[in-house]
Design a protein around this ligand. Structure first.
Ligand SMILES: Nc1ncnc2c1ncn2[C@@H]1O[C@H](COP(=O)(O)OP(=O)(O)OP(=O)(O)O)[C@@H](O)[C@H]1O
Ligand SMILES: [Mg+2]
Length: 504
């Protein structure tokens, strides 16, 4: 037990600056071997930056990292991996064109005389998924996977390489509750085997239930490191945002009895969606619950022209619209916030302002004949304010924003358009509790102004908290409908296909 005398990873007075921003300022943290050490903080607090420094993705400007008592300075994540440190990143970017198996064993392929032993690799993969209870087709190309499955591949990759320290940056933000459970069990086993986990999460209940120790960061500075036993959700929130941050209770506005804005009838897509009909009224928030793979995202994509359909009609404000592309959907007054901000939404090389106004360029230009830059700028500022994007600088490059702030930019983009129909897929994924509350307020405000909202979320509490009605999907069909405030277990049972009668 000589290793327990030394912290497994020790960060000493770490500083990291990005033009103008101090992402980390004099942060010292000790991560004990064989523990789960959580990092919490608001969006932009510096959690990912700290994780990246441990994982060799970036290097600190100041201070020193020690691993097992030795000073280290990794040139790359690969360098860190050789030293037993693996990172599961927030951005989910393994080699997209390769298969899951190739990704999992990338760089550690079993070889004989220099030749990769594919059969052995497949056998090891089968053992690996069996051991950890994950279902994931090893032959699938990573680019074809949904976000949760990419996350699973990343986790398997870390485990396969026998990493001693695993940095997990919001690993559960795209997992369902069952998968989250599995991951938690997996982490318990890793800890039993003496592995060290650095765990970034915005789910404070998760942190309190899972971690041994928690470090709170605020604006790049260390607030404190403490055993979780000494913390509560309230104490963590106070640490993250300052004592002034009060928990906010959310009240649902009265359900609308208003005209139908979105009328979807008999939508089919072979093997994906079956006979989907639904109506959204002005001001109504309709939640879609269901397991991953139940067709929720596919529904959102079909309605908004991102995927083709085989049959069915979509009417907006009583007029049937031929929606064959996202541009058609936009022209019909629909806005779609996709699940994956990186693939479907943001231009990482462009500024915040350009990303927000992108969707609006045409309508502003159409209405005014020319683009009014002044108007655009003031609206952008207003929206940054509303969504509390940090830094609140319209000319910052979106690629330089923290994950949660990128999500807020995407949100701001659609707010600018005042859509008739807003389709949200995992709108608060990766955003901190304060921004989450802000987004919930915005969704309500839009609904109060007459927008019809279709809300997809893996967080059942979010669906139940916001929606006036809840639709449950299973295997590509809508199988149940609940009016206001259904009990959580009834919705869960319906999602699993248990209990109750299905609607025709
Ligand atoms: N490549 C970069 N260029 C410029 N600024 C950056 C870069 N990466 C991070 N930053 C800034 O550093 C700060 C910390 O970012 P970081 O990603 O560590 O936050 P975070 O705590 O992980 O937030 P989130 O909860 O939103 O993921 C932010 O202000 C961010 O805008
Ligand atoms: Mg982050």
């Amino acid at each position: 037990m000589s290793t327990t005398a030394l912290p497994h990873v020790r960060l000493d007075s770490i500083g990291k600056r990005y033009s103008g921003t101090k992402a980390l300022d004099n942060v010292s943290v000790e991560v004990a071997a064989g523990t789960v050490h959580a990092l919490v903080g608001a969006n932009g607090a510096g959690k990912s930056t700290l994780g990246k420094i441990i994982g060799g993705v970036i290097r600190p400007d100041e201070g020193q990292v020690f691993v097992g008592g030795r000073p280290v300075r990794y040139a790359s994540p690969r360098d860190a991996r050789t030293d037993g440190i693996a990172t599961i990143s927030q951005e989910l970017s393994p080699m997209p064109h390769m298969t899951v198996i190739e990704n999992v064993y990338f760089g550690i392929e079993p070889r004989r005389a220099g030749i990769v032993q594919f059969r052995q690799m497949r056998r090891r993969y089968a053992e690996l998924v069996a051991e950890w209870g994950f279902e994931l087709d090893g032959g699938a190309r990573v680019e074809s996977l949904r976000t949760a499955d990419i996350q699973k591949a990343e986790i398997l990759r870390a485990v396969a390489s026998d990493a001693q320290v695993i940095v997990m940056d919001e690993p559960t933000s795209s997992l369902t509750s069952i998968e989250t459970e599995k991951l938690h069990r997996m982490i318990d086993v890793l800890r039993e085997r003496g592995k060290t986990i650095v765990y970034v999460s915005h789910f404070l209940d998760e942190v309190l239930g899972l971690a041994d120790t928690v470090t709170v960061l605020r604006s790049g500075r260390l607030v404190r490191t403490a055993p979780v036993a000494e913390e509560t959700e309230e104490s963590l929130v106070a640490g993250m945002f300052g004592a002034a941050a009060a928990a906010e209770n959310f009240t649902k506005p009265a359900p609308a009895t208003a005209p139908v804005v979105l009328d979807v009838s008999g939508l089919n897509r072979r093997g994906v969606l079956r006979d989907i009909s639904l109506q959204l009224r002005a001001g109504e928030i309709v939640g879609v619950a269901g397991l991953i793979g139940s067709g929720r995202t596919e529904l959102a994509r079909a309605v908004t022209g991102a995927d083709p359909v085989d049959s069915g009609t979509i009417a907006v404000d009583g007029t049937v619209r031929h929606i064959r592309s996202p541009a058609d959907a936009m022209a019909a007054g629909m806005a779609y916030l996709p699940e994956s901000r990186k693939d479907d939404g943001l231009f990482l090389e462009l500024s915040v302002a350009a990303n927000i106004t992108f969707a609006d360029l045409r309508s502003v230009a159409g209405r005014l004949g020319v683009l009014s830059l002044g108007r655009e700028r003031s609206r952008t500022r207003e929206l940054l304010d509303l969504t509390s994007v940090r830094p609140a600088n319209p000319s910052a490059k979106v690629g330089h924003l923290s994950g949660g702030n990128q999500q807020k930019v995407l949100f701001a983009r659609w707010l600018l358009r005042n859509p008739r129909v807003l389709v949200l897929d995992e709108p608060t994924r990766g955003v901190d509790v304060a921004a989450r509350a802000a987004i919930h307020r915005l969704v309500n405000r839009l609904a109060a102004e007459g927008t019809a909202v279709l809300l997809i979320s893996s967080e059942i509490e979010e669906v139940l908290g916001l929606a006036h009605r809840v639709l449950v999907m299973r295997r590509g069909s809508i199988t149940r409908e609940f009016s206001a405030d259904p009990p959580l277990d009834a919705v869960m049972e319906a999602a699993f296909g248990l209990g109750g009668r299905t609607i025709a």
